[in-house]
Ligand binder design. Structure first.
Ligand code: HEC
Length: 135
């Protein structure tokens, strides 16, 4: 009983401590969530390029780049849609380099798709300085 009374008395003074603790815990949770969000891996052309050159994608010791140096032979796929490119990539992974097909929504696959699409980018010459027709 005496103990309970003591706790009751002192709890008034500890109220702010508790509030502080709750605020700190909330802040830590928010920060943690922020870090997790920031660490979410994003697909990028650079990652795709690294994978394209990585023999670890398969089991034959060859990388995509060994057969397609700088995208050679794979360029026509650049104009296709993402799903089709992903299917082609998985076909090449499983057949050409005897690897395991990638999840089509994985960061790895999306990165490879981004990289393959970049093969289709042709530098356009500067627009000719002509007056518009019909003026
Ligand atoms: C052992 C050689 C070899 C390796 C390794 C290889 N490919 Fe291919 N790939 C080919 C051949 C052969 C073709 C067919 C070329 C053609 O149709 O002109 C092809 C075609 C392609 C195409 C174009 C298909 C189309 O229909 O437009 C893409 C894209 C492609 N490969 C991506 C990859 C990727 C990504 C990898 C790595 C996972 C890879 N290739 C690894 C040999 C290879």
């Amino acid at each position: 009983m005496i103990f309970l009374f003591f706790v009751k008395l002192s709890s008034g003074g500890k109220y702010m401590e508790r509030v502080k603790t709750v605020v700190l815990v909330l802040l830590a949770a928010l920060l943690g969530a922020g870090i997790v969000f920031a660490a979410q891996p994003e697909a990028s052309r650079e990652k795709g390029k690294a994978l394209f050159n990585d023999p670890a994608l398969g089991s034959t010791g060859k990388s995509c780049n060994d057969c397609h140096p700088n995208g050679k032979g794979a360029k026509k796929a650049a104009a296709k849609n993402d799903d089709d490119i992903a299917r082609i990539v998985n076909g090449c992974i499983t057949h050409s380099i005897k690897g395991k097909a990638l999840d089509v929504n994985s960061v790895e696959m999306r990165s490879l798709v981004l990289y393959i699409k970049s093969f289709g980018e042709v530098k356009k010459p500067a627009a000719p300085n002509k007056a518009p027709v019909g003026c």
